[in-house]
Design a protein around this ligand. Sequence first.
Ligand code: HEC
Ligand code: HEC
Length: 182
Amino acid sequence: MLERIIPPGFEPGMLPEPASRGAQLTLHYCVQCHNLANPAMHDARRWPSVVRRMVPRMQGKGNMGKLMAEMMAGVQAPSAEETKAIVAYHVKHGQKPIDPARIPEVNAPSGDSFRLACGQCHVLPDPRRHTAREWPAVVARMQKNMEWMNQVVGSKPIPGEPQLRIEDINAFLARYARKQGP
Ligand code: HEC
Ligand code: HEC
């Protein structure tokens, strides 16, 4: 198991359309080296390149030393057709990025906390994904993800403001959040 790549907590039963072929293939191939990744982690534009970066590793073609090569013995790789199905599944269930044309504040100083903290691992999420009541729990989980993934919190800090400004982030998200629960 490789450490510190994908945080724990996203369980097989949480996959969207868990009985679908895409979900089944994901469960078969994508947990061989690290924890299961949430398909909502990346957007449709990003997933194809992420999955395609994983496949050569499963084929043992990665750039790896002897130890890594031994660790990888027995890892199974998807066929080209299975890879397509895995990509399609992730694209379908990916997250939607924020639209700066609709929410120009994301590029204004009052959007700094959100923009700098929340774009480090994936695209900046669309605030309409959750309601204002739901967002604080998601943001708290992201704070844990950051600690877990050893990401320096605010890797591009605003001079003099290196901290993660949770209240600013939640306030920004609340301004544009979805109005009602699902
Ligand atoms: C052979 C081992 C291996 C398998 C199997 C594997 N991964 Fe990975 N994965 C890695 C390694 C090593 C990294 C860290 C380096 C990197 O990001 O490329 C990683 C990182 C990631 C990341 C975090 C980096 C990012 O760009 O967000 C995601 C998401 C991910 N893998 C998804 C997947 C999915 C989806 C599958 C199944 C198609 C998969 N992985 C199968 C080895 C693997
Ligand atoms: C250290 C990397 C990292 C950072 C920084 C990060 N995230 Fe995430 N994000 C993840 C991972 C990993 C997942 C998938 C696992 C999960 O959902 O916890 C994810 C998934 C998501 C999702 C989709 C899942 C859902 O519940 O809707 C949203 C939305 C999201 N992040 C919002 C944010 C926001 C807002 C911030 C800034 C406060 C942020 N992320 C910062 C790693 C990160």
